[in-house]
Design a protein around this ligand. Structure first.
Ligand SMILES: Cc1cc2nc3c(=O)[nH]c(=O)nc-3n(C[C@H](O)[C@H](O)[C@H](O)COP(=O)(O)OP(=O)(O)OC[C@H]3O[C@@H](n4cnc5c(N)ncnc54)[C@H](O)[C@@H]3O)c2cc1C
Length: 468
């Protein structure tokens, strides 16, 4: 009897190092790949045209890779718990293989699908592939989740790894041609700024990065004006490359390689935190800061979103996000710190705005980054550290090239004043072609006052919880 298996692709849009695909090919005579345009995700909490567009193009590329190996990708629309069991019934499949997903929604969805399949006697097999170490495999000596990155990283380094699996040469399909891929809305960012979607483009990015630039990562990674980071985040987000492959290619001697691998491990740390504490998706990890008295100030929120705060590095960051669907990591920290500390607005408003625009938007990493910056998370920066946007700009964008690129009103301003243009005299403003309050906004908050306000509010919350 012919044994048929379905491989259901989700955020693992690749054929290289894909343990679920390899297992299905080993176990079955016929393998049917499928992708579901999941209505819950498409119309979900965070509609994100950049991400949906990148995903759609990457699914199209995957379809090509699968077809070249002999299998036509089925493309379905609907609720996975309905359409996957229906496909199994239609094709007579005995098994469904997936790469294990760790998000709260993914876990719920997979439980529902597995139950529906089990009712029909069909197996549901989840294999690793989105992490070097699955979020629930590492634990402290007494079996608890980690709350400090350093200890997590030591366990992550020490844990045994599986071997990489090669891409299959051939996939025994059922002879059906690939389904057409539905159109989706255009990205809100300019498509020229979004890295080329699809596995082979991602593999090229990884190959180029791992040869040399990674060696300079430690020195360049914080520089806003240089291309000093890998730009692999959307590829890891959609599984166009496997994190194990990324790590094994990047590993080697030198600070650059060491620090880079450690950053990839941060991604896994935040997945670990979200796995064990799904509540962080909606609330502060640190209970002291759960009811921080944030301000309600729609005008300030709007100025932040639009890149009109009057702080050049913050505005450059926010405009980079809108134009490209990406923001440099250091800029994410500066922009998030400004929203949560200087403006004292609800962290979740910023988190949602990032999710609406980031092509790499990922619940675990985005939430982890926001909670780190807002000082509400696991291994966060202490609440009394408030980034000074002027100093951050001067340090990480020394000539102001990043600011000039994204905030054209400031193009004529000298490197000495580009991070605090309000300090220019009237004469200097005229010479620079930039009148503060007319061509470019005056700062919407004063740094010293905002910092004092944040320290008071956070300090009070901390003290209150101590009394508590
Ligand atoms: C407020 C805030 C929000 C963020 N939101 C996201 C998000 O939604 N999705 C996302 O992938 N990253 C997020 N990050 C982490 C980081 O900013 C991006 O991963 C990085 O900028 C992507 O660029 P890159 O691929 O060139 O990174 P590189 O510096 O080359 O790093 C390599 C990879 O390591 C991982 N990584 C690096 N830094 C971090 C980090 N601090 N936390 C978790 N993973 C990391 C990413 O997968 C990245 O692709 C956020 C950080 C902050 C401070």
């Amino acid at each position: 009897m012919t044994r048929t298996a379905i491989v259901w692709f989700r955020r693992d849009l690749r054929v290289h190092d894909h343990p679920a695909l390899t297992a299905a090919i080993a176990a079955a005579d016929v393998v049917i790949p499928v992708f579901v345009f999941d209505e819950v995700l498409l119309a979900g909490k965070w509609p994100a045209p950049n991400r949906v567009w990148f995903m759609r193009e990457s699914v199209a590329a995957l379809s090509g890779e699968l077809a070249a190996r002999g299998a036509g990708l089925r493309v379905l629309r609907g609720k996975p718990a309905d359409v996957i069991p229906a496909l199994a019934a239609e094709t007579g499949a005995a098994d469904v293989y997936v790469t294990r997903d760790a998000t709260p929604y993914g876990r719920r969805r997979d439980r529902a699908v597995a139950e529906a399949l089990a009712a029909g006697g069909i197996g549901f097999h989840a294999r690793t592939g989105l992490y070097v170490h699955e979020p629930d495999t590492l634990a402290t000596k007494d079996g608890r989740p980690f709350s400090v990155f350093g200890a997590f990283k030591r366990a992550w380094d020490a844990a045994p790894r599986r071997a990489l699996v090669p891409a299959p040469d051939a996939i025994p399909g059922d002879g059906r041609a690939a389904d057409p891929i539905p159109d989706v809305a255009a990205p809100t960012a300019s498509a020229d700024h979004i890295p080329t979607p699809g596995e082979s483009a991602a593999r090229d990015r990884l190959a180029k990065w791992a040869v040399q630039p990674v060696a300079d990562y430690a020195a360049n990674r914080d520089r806003l004006d240089l291309a000093g980071t890998s730009r692999l985040s959307q590829d890891l987000r959609f599984g166009l490359v496997s994190p194990l492959d990324v790590v094994e290619r990047a590993e080697g001697d030198g600070d650059g390689r060491r620090v880079f691998v450690s950053e990839v491990a941060w991604r896994e740390f935040y997945a670990h935190v979200l796995w064990h504490h799904p509540r962080v998706a909606g609330e502060a990890y640190q209970r002291a800061f759960q009811h921080l008295p944030v301000r309600d100030d729609p005008a300030a929120l709007q100025a932040w979103k639009a890149g009109q705060t009057g702080y050049p590095v913050v505005d450059a960051a926010m405009r980079q996000l809108a134009a490209t669907g990406f923001m440099h990591n250091r800029a994410r920290m500066i922009a998030a710190s400004f929203l949560t500390k200087h403006l004292l607005l609800d962290r979740r408003l910023g988190e949602a705005h990032f999710m609406a625009h980031l092509t790499d938007g990922d619940l675990a990493s985005n939430n982890g980054g926001w909670q780190w910056t807002a000082s509400t998370g696991t291994d966060s920066q202490p609440y009394f550290r408030v980034f000074n946007p002027v100093l951050q700009g001067q340090r990480n964008d020394p000539q102001g090239d990043y600011v000039r690129r994204w905030v054209p009103e400031l193009r004529g301003v000298s490197p000495a004043r580009i991070q605090d243009p309000w300090a220019m005299s009237a004469l200097e403003q005229t010479a620079a072609g930039c009148r503060i309050g007319i061509d470019y906004p005056a700062p919407i908050v004063d740094h010293a006052e905002a910092r004092a306000r944040a320290l008071a509010v956070y300090g009070e919350a901390k003290a209150g919880s101590g009394r508590g």
